[in-house]
Design a protein around this ligand. Sequence first.
Ligand code: GDP
Length: 444
Amino acid sequence: MFDTLSDRLTSVLQNLRGRGRLSDADIDATAREIRIALLEADVALPVVRTFIANVKERAKGAEVSGALNPAQQVVKIVNEELVGILGGETRRLSLAKTPPTVIMLAGLQGSGKTTLAGKLAKHLVGQGHTPLLVACDLQRPNAVTQLQVVGERAGVPTFAPEPGNGVGDPVDVARRSIEEAKRAQHDIVIVDTAGRLGVDEEMMRQAADIREVVQPDEVLFVVDAMIGQDAVSTAEAFRDGVGFTGVVLTKLDGDARGGAALSVREVTGQPIMFASNGEKLEDFDTFHPDRMASRILGMGDVLTLIEQAEQAFDQEQAEAAAAKIGTGELTLEDFLEQMLAVRKMGPIANLLGMLPGAGQMKDQLAQVDDKHLDRLQAIIRGMTPAERDNPKIINASRRQRIAKGSGVAIREVNDLVNRFYEARKMMQQMAGRFGLPGGNRGSK
Ligand code: GDP
């Protein structure tokens, strides 16, 4: 999602690089290209108009700053305006003062509501909450079972009408679910409602009735980012028919243009709170306007990367390794530990994809193969602790044994050892240059 938009914007902004002062005509030309990129990505016209007008006005009035050259200044303005249309600040769920907090989901059939209910439940369980899922989608065959299945996967119970009692009344189920939540001390209730393939009055009325009965703290409008311009009109219909307090974008993993979804916040005035990017329960995250803007501008998603790193890394272990880098005492054992920590963060190509400029390396990223790392790990694991400390002691017959044991060619063992020494030398030199502790000692 957003790949084309990202490519276009990156190249427009790159054209400005290395330029001195920008004339008004330069800014107009750049604005025109940005406008085309946004329209091609399906961003709604009124949103594009405001965006372009703001960028132009700010770029023309920009003070010449010591820190940024004119091109960087335009990038900064475009980034800030993009963060603005995406909602500015990250908006968190607002929880009720007296539990249970009630979160109601609304949206068209197929938008991903039921899946989202499971994702949200899992996310909240991770934060120490005890959610209850409520099945108020009694229209679609199997919707109740589907909700029960995602609930089980997320490890939370589902409140549903007893089977055999006919279709049941969703408003009544909603009312009873709140009593059940209080009785069983669930601090959050997530109400899944029925959707239709298109907006219709009866669906809106039912959703509004459920809203009336459960008095939700949040109503989340769930919208499939792949439906293009319809996302905006559907959002308007739900805003007028049911009302909502936040938006969830789903299917951001699809390769549609996605701009319509990006317009929802600006058009309805309600914040995008979560983003779904896959069918698995883990494929879900809080929506951060600033990170999304950086990603779209090809500036990478360094903050997400840092957060993942913080979760994966053992601080003490990382500090110990950093100290050893400076002294040139880093061993293959340390290397293995670091590699395992990095790999806990997910497939390497995904990690690299979050780095600035990754948009232009798509083809190379597609070739990054974690199997190569599996092989390196196997080789290091095949060594004795003494060999990991000092690979120089590995003689020809041991190299053969290690290669055989780890299922690789001897050449790969040799490569690893040679590259390890090269890397160590480089680290010592860098440490010397940047004045890291021990750097001088290592380079003698
Ligand atoms: P509902 O009718 O609104 O309850 O929608 P469902 O939760 O049943 O989802 C409809 C389909 O979309 C299902 O096949 C889901 O697996 C799929 N789906 C939901 N969210 C995502 C997502 O973020 N990415 C992708 N690729 N598929 C999704």
